[in-house]
Design a protein around this ligand. Structure first.
Ligand SMILES: *Cc1c(COP(=O)(O)O)cnc(C)c1O
Length: 480
């Protein structure tokens, strides 16, 4: 008969080494060097506590108490803890302005301006010519009025804040007339009726979901009316038997009654996108020219800039907004203004915009260029995911995103990854592996396949994507 195998050596709580002894070892000296004593100590205490608990349960192998093993565990713990939570990803979803991925990506000039403003004191509220206190809106007000034809402008944290400020400053304790077809909800609990309540304004709904006529507005205007509001229904489309009142008609009616008209354009655009073959979206200039007294729109949607709410309009109304206490609560910081100014400057040369403004460059990438890129990348991706998955190049549709032009889709191309017939790999596992990369890749699952739309990968960034797929190959390979 064979001799009985020795029992695996189980550790007891008394075997757990002391913090002080471990910290004195060379393996921990380099960790201290890298992360500092405080972090190493905290991680080590937590790790030893976990070991002690396992030892009490009789489930701790002695090998786990080796100093080198403990040091390696601490190194991993600290490396994970020091990974930034906010990290760059590769957006292969096909949605150019993806709210969950931070919407617009800033052009280089805006990044440079933002970094410069972050590094040093700036003349945020200091008039350098006059040598006295200035107004932070002045940094972009001239550009905004030049680009929109409006008399004045102000900036707040985002477009939801812009709507709130307009309602609070112009219509508090009074009535705002709005079509039932425009009672929108934007993702993330921005609902027009709720904003009205928060601003202490009374919503007067007119018309029906699909049809509102000018007579509906006429009937609703009374002594308590403060404002007519027009909301661009950018994140859905009502089609079929529909009617809505154009801005120009509403503006005439409002002005006849001595009332202002405000227009929430949502995305809004400073240029006519049809010039680049994109779907029509109302421009801010057109809306101002049609007679709207206040127009608000987002900074990080089609404008392609930082998160902000831009409001342009008549001088007296803008002055009222600037004086309202909410303006102080909703104001933007120097980083936003630095980036916004740089982005607005690009609009002064519209003929070069598609090349310099990242959002427009991605929206206007020719399908043929995206397809050529997909063909180039296919073998690389195939090598990374085989034998569990197969990769083909195929047509797909990109979306603008962020509620802009919801029904319009842009023809695009990309890689379609499907589980291989014989060695089936789950799409969930593949998606998880893509998310776990040092530079995560986000695609979309559709019809039993993972679609990787290449619209938002500049050719100059292709190397990064290739590197990410090499890392994927290594990760899947090690898991096989
Ligand atoms: C997106 C949108 C908003 C909200 O803008 P944020 O910049 O996201 O706060 C408000 N109104 C409309 C019509 C929108 O499309």
């Amino acid at each position: 008969m064979d001799a009985p195998l020795p029992e695996p050596a189980q550790a007891t709580p008394a075997d757990i080494p002391s913090v002080d002894r471990l910290l004195g070892l060379p393996a921990f000296a380099s960790l201290r060097e890298q992360h500092g004593r405080t972090q190493v100590l905290t991680a080590l205490r937590a790790h030893l506590e976990a070991l002690r608990a396992r030892a009490r349960d009789g489930e701790l192998d002695r090998g786990a108490l080796d100093a080198e093993v403990i040091a390696a565990a601490i190194a991993q713990r600290l490396a994970e803890a020091s990974r930034p939570r906010l990290t760059s990803v590769l957006n292969l979803t096909g949605t150019v302005l993806h709210t969950n991925l931070g919407r617009a990506v800033l052009p280089e000039t805006a990044v440079d301006a933002l970094v410069a403003a972050a590094r040093a004191p700036v003349n945020l509220e200091f008039d350098l010519a006059a040598g006295r206190r200035g107004d932070r809106d002045a940094i972009v007000e001239g550009l905004l009025t030049e680009l929109t034809g409006a008399e004045a402008a102000t900036v707040v944290n985002n477009n939801a804040a812009a709507v709130l400020l307009i309602l609070a400053a112009v219509a508090s304790r009074r009535e705002v007339v709005l079509s039932r077809g425009e009672l929108i909800e934007i993702g993330g609990s921005f609902r027009m009726p709720d904003i009205m309540r928060q601003a202490n304004a009374k919503l007067v709904e007119v018309g029906t979901t699909n049809r509102t006529h000018v007579s509906d507005y006429v009937d609703a205007i009374g002594p308590r009316t403060a404002l007519l509001l027009k909301v661009h229904t950018s994140n859905y489309a009502i089609t079929g038997f529909t009617a809505s009142v154009p801005v120009a008609t509403l503006a005439s009616l409002a002005h006849e009654r001595g009332l202002p008209l405000a227009a929430d354009l949502g995305s809004g655009s400073l240029v006519d996108l049809t010039e680049w073959g994109l779907p029509k979206e109302p421009t801010v200039r057109e809306t101002v020219a049609a007679g709207a007294d206040l127009v608000c729109f987002s900074g990080d949607k089609l404008l392609g800039g930082p998160q902000a709410g831009l409001i342009v309009g008549r001088t007296e109304l803008i002055r009222k907004l600037k004086r309202h206490p909410l303006k102080r609560a909703l104001r933007v910081d120097k980083l936003t203004l630095a980036a916004l100014e740089a982005v607005l400057r690009l609009y002064r040369s519209p003929e070069r915009l598609a090349e310099r403004l990242t959002t427009l460059r991605w929206l206007t990438r020719p399908e043929s260029a995206i397809r050529a890129q997909a063909l180039r990348l296919r073998p690389i991706v195939q090598r990374a995911v085989e034998p569990a998955y197969e990769v083909t190049v195929g047509a797909m549709t990109s979306q603008i995103g962020s509620g802009a032009l919801p029904v319009d889709e842009l023809p695009s191309h990309g890689l379609i990854v499907t589980p291989a017939a014989r060695r089936r790999g789950g799409l969930d596992r593949l998606e998880a592996a893509l998310r776990a990369l040092p530079r995560p890749i986000v695609g979309r699952v559709e019809g039993g396949a993972l679609k990787l739309d290449l619209r938002c990968v500049d050719e100059s960034d292709e190397d990064e994507l290739v590197a990410a797929f090499h890392a994927l190959g290594a990760a899947l390979g090690s898991a096989r």
